[in-house]
Design a protein around this ligand. Structure first.
Ligand SMILES: *Cc1c(COP(=O)(O)O)cnc(C)c1O
Length: 234
């Protein structure tokens, strides 16, 4: 496919996503400016990220360090904000701390320690979100709701780290709006204790409007912008 065609394809995806966001904002009585759109570029090449950037996208999300670290280098000079949104092993903390501006997936104390240490080593400040397992099952990543406050406290005092707020993926088999309503309550409790922690990262291609209706500040959108991903072979 030629670059021009791909550019048109991505521009059309972006226009559709922006139209959906505008409609959901109208319905929820919110302003577009309250929301940051994160383009999730996993499995797609750096050339797509360049096209997104040329179309005005400023925030990019990746979920695997191996892929992200290469892509970030390939996109040098674009002045993008990079979000790490995937499950993170502590042995990848050094690499991720080298390029991620925001880590959405902090779900255990050891990760706080590792990211803090590596942020300080790199001389960077990393905004960290506590990922919440809204179904209470930490198996697929995310902390139990009962563990969120302690993790937030640990992030709030960790050198090199700024506590940003919360992140969640809507559990399968539950109406996303119900799940995101719980996330909003958890976010409110966190903000009462940590007034600066105002990020609610929620909403993907399939549930953006439910997330917007429930106070999301950051949307993580891949498929609706770049197309259906090929199944990942690991
Ligand atoms: C892949 C991914 C997304 C984007 O999902 P789409 O359905 O493609 O929009 C959002 N959040 C996380 C954590 C992801 O891994």
């Amino acid at each position: 496919m030629t670059e021009t065609t791909r550019r048109d394809e991505i521009a059309a995806g972006l226009a559709e996503v922006e139209a959906s966001i505008a409609e959901a904002c109208r319905a929820a009585g919110r302003a577009r400016e309250e929301l940051t759109l994160i383009a999730v570029s996993k499995t797609y090449p750096a050339s797509d990220v360049r096209l997104l950037a040329a179309l005005g996208v400023t925030d990019v999300g990746e979920n695997r360090d191996q892929e992200a670290s290469v892509k970030v280098r390939e996109c040098a000079g674009l002045d993008l904000t990079w979000h790490f949104i995937g499950q993170l092993q502590t042995n990848k903390a050094r690499s991720v701390a080298g390029y991620a501006d925001v880590v959405h997936s902090v779900d255990r104390p050891r990760l706080v320690t590792a990211l803090s240490q590596e942020a300080v080593r790199a001389g960077r400040e990393i905004t960290c979100l506590v990922q919440v397992a809204l179904d209470g099952d930490p198996g697929r990543g995310g902390a139990r709701p009962a563990d969120v406050a302690a993790l937030a406290e640990a992030l709030a005092v960790a050198p090199g780290i700024r506590l940003g707020g919360v992140m969640a993926v809507a559990p399968l088999g539950e109406e996303p709006g119900r799940a995101f309503a719980r996330l909003r309550e958890i976010a409110q409790v966190m903000r009462d204790a940590h007034p600066g922690a105002d990020v609610i990262s929620a909403g993907m291609s399939g549930d953006m409007s439910e997330a917007i209706a429930n106070g999301a500040t950051h949307l993580r959108v891949g498929t609706a912008l770049l197309g259906r991903r090929k199944p990942l072979v690991r």
